[in-house]
Ligand binder design. Structure first.
Ligand SMILES: NC(=O)CC[C@H](N)C(=O)O
Length: 340
C-alpha cells in the first residue's frame, strides 16, 4: 500500500516538474517575430486582399503615354527572406517598368567606377520637399539635391563609363545578376514613349550640361530613358531589396560584389529620398529604406533581414504606388520591421 502511494506521488511530481518545465521554456523562448520565419504566402495574400481596394485612390502615370496603358488592377507582393527563400502573392509574374528604382543600381555602378567622393562632388546627400522631377533649384544650387531625383539620376548615369549604350548595358547586366533573371530586358515602346515626351528630362539634362556638370552629348540621356524602361517583376524587386539589405550579397549567397559601405550608401539614399517628398513621413510610418518608381513598383530593404518587392500601378500625388505603400506599411507593422 505504502509502495503504491509513493510511486503515485513520484509520478505526480515528475508530471508537475515536466509541465512547469515546458511552460517556463515557452515563456523564455517566445516564437520569434523577427519577420523571417513568420512570413507566409497566406499572410501576403491577406495583405493584398486588405489593400487592393485603395487603387481607386490613385492614378496610373500618364505623363509617359505608354505607361497609361497599364492595367490598374494588377497587384503583387513578394518577399525574399533572410535565408533567400522567395515567398510570392498576387500578380508576381506580371512585368512592369522599373523606372526610378533603376537609380539605385546606376548610383552603385557610378560609385564603383568613380568613387563616392567624386560622384558626390557633383550631387548632394540632401533630402527633398520637392517632387521627383523638380529642377528649379538648379538655378541657385551648385549641384542637384540627391541621386534619387531625376536631376541627380540623369547626372549619375552620365558618369558611368562607356560610349553609346554601354552605361545602360552595365545597369541591365547588374540587374540581371542581382535577380539571377537573364530574361530581363527593356521595353522598347516605353523607352520610345519616354524619349519622345521627355522634354522636362531633356531640359534638366541641358541645365546640368550648362552648369558644366555633364560633358556628354544628349545620347547619354537615352541611357537614362532606357534604364527606366527595364521590365521587372515584384519578385525581381524583392531580390534587389534583399541585395542591399545584405551588404550587396545576392539572395542565393553569391558574395562576389559584397560591399558594406555601398549597401550603407544606397540604403541611406533610399531612406532619405527614395520616396521623394514623402520620404520623411514614410520613414516614420514604415521605417525602412525603400525606392519607388512611377511604373508602380517599390523595392524595400529590411537591413540584415529581407527584401520586399511590391507592384500596383496606381500612384499618389508623390508618384508612389498607393496600394504598394499600404501593403508595405501593413507588412512592416505585422512583422515589427520598422527600424526606429
Ligand atoms: N519617379 C520615376 O519613376 C520617374 C522616372 C521617369 N522615367 C522619369 O524620368 O520621369
Amino acid at each position: 500500500m505504502n509502495n503504491y502511494f509513493s510511486r503515485f506521488f513520484i509520478k505526480l511530481f515528475i508530471t508537475y516538474v515536466g509541465f512547469w518545465g515546458i511552460i517556463s521554456y515557452a515563456q523564455t523562448n517566445p516564437i520569434k517575430e523577427d519577420g523571417n520565419n513568420s512570413v507566409t504566402a497566406e499572410m501576403l495574400n491577406q495583405i493584398i486582399e486588405n489593400n487592393k481596394k485603395y487603387r481607386n485612390e490613385g492614378e496610373v502615370a500618364n505623363y509617359i503615354p505608354e505607361l497609361s496603358k497599364v492595367n490598374p488592377e494588377y497587384v503583387a507582393l513578394s518577399v525574399v527572406t533572410d535565408e533567400g527563400k522567395i515567398i510570392n502573392a498576387g500578380d508576381v509574374n506580371q512585368k512592369f517598368t522599373i523606372q526610378s528604382i533603376s537609380k539605385i543600381i546606376a548610383l552603385m555602378i557610378a560609385v564603383e567606377e568613380q568613387g563616392e567622393q567624386k560622384v558626390f562632388s557633383k550631387v548632394g546627400y540632401y533630402g527633398t520637399d520637392k517632387p521627383f522631377n523638380h529642377y528649379s533649384n538648379l538655378e541657385t544650387d551648385k549641384i542637384p539635391l540627391n541621386p534619387m531625383m531625376n536631376a541627380g539620376a540623369i547626372l549619375i548615369t552620365s558618369m558611368i563609363e562607356g560610349t553609346g549604350e554601354e552605361p545602360f548595358q552595365k545597369i541591365l547586366e547588374r540587374i540581371k545578376y542581382i535577380t539571377k533573371n537573364n530574361t530581363i530586358n527593356y521595353n522598347k515602346a516605353v523607352y520610345n514613349s519616354e524619349r519622345e515626351t521627355g522634354d522636362r528630362n531633356k531640359g534638366i539634362f541641358y541645365l546640368l550640361k550648362n552648369k558644366g556638370l555633364i560633358e556628354e552629348s544628349e545620347e547619354s540621356l537615352n541611357n537614362y530613358f532606357k534604364q527606366c524602361s527595364i521590365e521587372v517583376t515584384a519578385e525581381d524587386l524583392a531580390k534587389i531589396g534583399f541585395y542591399f539589405a545584405h551588404q550587396c550579397q545576392r539572395f542565393d549567397g553569391d558574395i562576389r560584389y559584397q560591399n558594406t559601405d555601398m549597401a550603407r550608401l544606397i540604403q541611406s539614399q533610399m531612406l532619405i529620398a527614395g520616396m521623394y517628398d514623402f520620404s520623411g513621413e514614410y520613414a516614420r510610418i514604415v521605417g525602412l529604406p525603400s525606392k519607388s518608381g512611377v511604373g508602380g513598383g517599390i523595392a524595400v530593404s529590411v537591413p540584415g533581414k529581407m527584401g520586399v518587392g511590391v507592384f500596383s500601378p496606381a500612384l499618389d500625388e508623390h508618384g508612389n504606388s498607393v496600394v504598394g505603400y499600404k501593403m508595405i506599411s501593413d507588412l512592416s507593422q505585422i512583422l515589427g520591421l520598422n527600424l526606429f
